[in-house]
Design a protein. Structure first.
Length: 402
């Protein structure tokens, strides 16, 4: 006799999305999160709603996922999504062939991309540099992660899920070689299936079950500056590197980001608030190359996030896949447990659907996913922010808005 059908470990966007999806399919689901919801990678992102243009040349499949989910989140996300639009800008020193290749790749993937002259782009964003050669417009946007997670959690709760925040997993119980539940808060909770959605900490949770999930997390710095007049997302049109994104918020712009491998995911946030570091200076310099006024802007906050990259994928750091991986058991197998790694905030719903499909298949449940058709509840900002106060900790990604 089990206490719940499925336990999900990890309360970031993906974990909460999995709980919502499974609950909507009629399963009894319990989530365990060691802090407030979204307190790991999700709440420390730059909050970019990807159009897919960033990945169009290097990862067409990932780009196609992004534009699909971009459209879905605009439909269901309410006040968690800001439809800012986005520009990819080519500066004097940028390769024009790369610009041509990227815009053509966007068009092949059905990502709307409209080329603009330098003067047309500066009419849209007067703060753009005079070194601008040309630009193209894409449907990028901003995600307020706290609102997205809180709304997703509320939907899961309305469908009967149990959400246990501030409750870290102490151990995973195995009987006859199979995962049968978890130890948390001094008690054992039995389940037919356990999902490991702990993000950059997925390897640590897998190890509790005697499994080896090779994670290769990287950390990146975000610098929020006071420039409220910038409306669209600004992307440097060059191969992805440090400091090539500026994401607008209601009260400023978030500049990002770096990519540095880390051994300890918890250590990735240790430099929060250090506005004098070399990485912060680099973000300001690169941001000012696109938006010169950034050089004189006040810094509102500095924070670090950690990417849950899978170490078994080809490449490392920026060359590592930004796609997601699902392990039924793990690389060496363990019945009763599924692990998900990788991915992006924009594709959290798709990741959750794929995991829920896998879990339902293992449990013999034949119910379709409905998360793309049903809007998230409490779409207005005030109601959502009340849910944020209930479910979430203080997230630096959107603390200026929420």
């Amino acid at each position: 006799m089990t206490d719940t059908d499925v336990i999900v470990v990890g309360g970031g966007a993906t974990g909460v999305g999995i709980v919502r999806d499974l609950a909507m399919r009629g399963l009894d689901v319990t989530l365990f999160e060691r802090g407030g919801l979204g307190s790991g990678t999700t709440g420390r992102s730059h909050g970019l709603l990807h159009s897919g243009a960033r990945y169009a040349t290097a990862d067409p499949e990932g780009a196609a996922h992004c534009i699909q989910e971009n459209r879905i989140l605009r439909d269901i996300g309410g006040a968690a999504i800001e439809e800012t639009g986005g520009l990819f800008v080519q500066l004097d020193e940028d390769d024009p062939d790369h610009f041509e290749a990227r815009i053509e790749a966007c068009r092949e993937l059905d990502i709307p991309a409209t080329e603009l002259s330098a003067s047309e782009a500066r009419d849209r964003v007067p703060e753009l540099t005079v070194d601008l050669q040309r630009a193209f417009e894409v449907p990028d946007g901003a995600i307020y992660p706290s609102r997205l997670v809180a709304a997703t959690a509320e939907s899961a709760r309305q469908h009967g899920a149990t959400l246990r925040t501030n409750t870290p997993i102490e151990d995973i119980r195995i009987e006859n070689g199979r995962v049968v539940g978890v130890e948390a808060d001094g008690e054992f909770v039995a389940a037919d299936h356990v999902v490991n959605a702990a993000g950059a900490w997925a390897g640590e949770i897998a190890a509790m079950a005697g499994l080896d999930i090779e994670m290769a997390p990287t950390k990146g710095v975000m610098v929020a500056v006071d420039r409220p007049t910038v409306t669209p997302v600004i992307n440097r049109c060059r191969p992805p590197t440090d400091g090539d994104i500026a994401v607008p918020h209601e009260h400023g712009v978030i500049l990002g980001t770096t990519s540095t491998p880390v051994d300890d995911s918890d250590a990735a946030t240790e430099d929060d608030g250090d506005a004098s570091s070399e990485a912060v200076a680099a973000m300001l310099e690169e941001g000012a190359a696109m938006l010169p006024a950034v050089a004189e802007a006040d810094i509102n906050r500095v924070y670090w996030g950690v990417r849950p990259l899978y170490g078994g994928a080809d490449g490392h750091g920026r060359d590592a896949s930004r796609g997601f991986q699902i392990f039924v058991g793990a690389e060496d197998g363990r019945p009763g447990m599924t692990t998900v790694t990788g991915g992006k905030l924009t594709t959290y719903r798709l990741m959750a659907e794929a995991v829920a499909d896998t879990v339902c298949e293992s449990l013999g449940i034949d119910e379709p996913c409905r998360t793309a058709e049903e809007s998230l509840p409490a779409g207005d900002a005030d109601t959502l922010d009340a849910l944020v106060a209930e479910f979430c900790t203080n997230h630096p990604a959107d603390e200026d808005v929420v």
